[in-house]
Design a protein around this ligand. Structure first.
Ligand code: TMP
Ligand code: ASP
Length: 238
């Protein structure tokens, strides 16, 4: 099958159907724009399982996602989209780059979620941009940006209480959206939702249960991913 795109944690292949692609979850983990790299056995499998569970939860709540069906533990069929080159970050608690750029202290709760946009360009290190940059670069129209923001906040309203049920605080997360190849006027969520792309802190111990364990050399990376997946599965089945 023809490889269309290889990212740091995923590969996308063409299928016989022009409106569908095959997505593969890799075991690779990278941080600091690829400067740091490691392989974690089972990461791909666990990320697909959690992402799948969360996409199904979102679909049930009326959020359109790219998920079509699973093939095996690390492969799923997704809708073919033209990715909008804007990474949408939603924050409920101050952490990560927000604390480096501003006066917020790590762990400070935010009164209202903060939405930020980053240009999806590895060569530039994914710089933060505003809605004006998005309009001028014609990455998306103002109407589309409004859809991205409303969509990201709606997803936060679904995921935050879901993770709370599992004893995890959804500190922040990153989303990507795309225009359907078959109907570019329709924008859908076209990304994974995993501990690679979210910050999740245990509500009682405050322990970090996400990729910050890898970024900051905290150890037990896969143990934490497995624990997040187990808690999410338990919450769905309860
Ligand atoms: P940040 O605090 O480094 O800006 O990250 C915000 C959120 O976005 C955090 O949950 C991790 C996620 N993220 C990605 O998914 N990919 C990235 O390349 C970066 C920098 C962050
Ligand atoms: N995913 C990015 C990288 O591979 C950054 C990160 O998640 O920290 O470098």
């Amino acid at each position: 099958m023809k490889l269309l795109y290889e990212g740091k944690a995923k590969r996308l292949y063409e299928t016989e159907q022009p409106d569908e692609l095959l997505m593969e979850f890799k075991d690779d983990a990278t941080a600091f724009n690829g400067e740091k790299h490691a392989l974690f056995e089972n990461k791909g499998r666990m990320n697909q399982a959690l992402s799948l569970l969360l996409m199904q939860l979102l679909e049930k709540e009326g959020v359109a996602t790219h998920f079509v069906r699973t093939i095996d533990d690390i492969h799923m069929i997704v809708k073919n989209v033209e990715i909008i080159k804007v990474e949408v970050v939603v924050r409920n608690v101050a952490a990560g780059s927000l604390c480096k750029r501003t006066w917020f202290e790590e762990g400070a709760p935010l009164k209202t979620p903060i939405v930020e946009y980053f240009l999806k360009d590895d060569d530039l290190g994914d710089p933060m941009i505003s809605d004006d940059h998005i309009r001028e670069m014609e990455l998306a129209t103002p109407e589309e940006v409004a859809q991205l923001k409303a969509g990201a906040l709606r997803i936060n309203e679904i995921l935050k209480p879901f993770f709370l049920k599992t004893g995890l605080n959804l500190v922040d997360f990153k989303l990507e959206f795309g225009r359907l190849a078959s109907d570019p006027s329709t924008i859908i969520l076209a990304d994974e939702i995993t501990p690679d792309t979210c910050r999740l802190w245990d509500t009682t111990t405050g322990e970090k249960m996400d990729k910050d364990r890898f970024r900051r050399d905290l150890g037990n990376v896969m143990e934490s991913y497995a624990e997040v997946l187990k808690r999410a599965e338990d919450a769905v089945h309860s």
